[in-house]
Design a protein around this ligand. Sequence first.
Ligand code: F6R
Length: 361
Amino acid sequence: DMGGHDTYMHKEIHEQADAVDRVLRGRIDDRFSTVHLGGLNLDAREARRIRRVKILGCGTSYHAGMIGAQMIEELARIPADAEPASEFRYRNAVVDPDTLYIAVSQSGETYDVLAAVQELKRKGARVLGVVNVVGSAIAREADGGIYVHAGPEVCVVSTKCFTNTTVAFALLALHLGRTRDLSVRDGKRIIEGLRKLPAQISEILKQEELVRELAEEYAESRSMLFIGRVRGYPVAREASLKLKEITYIHAEAYPASELKHGPLALIEPALPTVAIVPDDDLLEKNRAALEEIKARSGKILAVAHQEQEKADRTIVVPKNEDELDPILMGIPLQLLAYHAAKVLGRDIDKPRNLAKSVTVE
Ligand code: F6R
């Protein structure tokens, strides 16, 4: 039942405020400015012994993991990174007892992720799952974890589950942070930010008409470049993936900081750039990147917290705490991909060549 929407994708994009409300529900502990994650199976002493965090997932879940790694590093000050599970399992990686491994999966059935989990467990590692489907193979195989409570996701491409997974990681980062050295004050600040998310998502979705108009213009592109720096980079990657999956327009994501090391050569009026420009300590650096693109007659669409002078168009999104901004900044670009696919007459819920869960090697 699509409840009046023309596709599951559209329905699921619009379910995100409620979905985020669900992942937060019952987990916030105001007394200690932290969160409770019942299924983690990780006591405080164990949490303090973690020396590294390694996050494994595929596709969109990998991108959510990239955002999660940054949050864990920022809030808990534990070195963290994300890697495609599909790569990890084939490279005979060093498995380290002081590393916390986290497998991320919407379906909980993705074979590359499951195989990575099994290999890790065989070698004695502790593995947590950040999973949507309750009781799925990865959830069962993991030592504990967090359910992201996005609800059923029917469209082949992931939207609400991506958003909820990034929120689940914010909860984990806050929990690990408050078990270690994150101050009460920062804990409170993050909790306040988390509570604002559902209303801010609704606010973003109200701009759908503007985004639809932009999509009409961008649907004609042969290729698009997505850029972002640090917190903005995984957002750019995910937006680029969503666009290519459902429109079949070629799209590439690059760290904005890497532009001058190669991709600037591509800039010309026919290659539009979508830039993620959060209002954080890297704003000036990002503005400089927009200037570089503009100087080469590149067309720019910015997703930012304030109108960007160098951009042709800006989608303004509400500001949250710096660490939580990536949760929100990609949401208008889900709509951009959706409306561009619609203009092109694509089969949005079932893009060619793709399956909802990849249970084979
Ligand atoms: C993209 C998409 C895929 C999945 C990937 C992992 O929109 O849906 O990239 O994210 O196949 O799937 P899960 O999260 O079920 O492990």
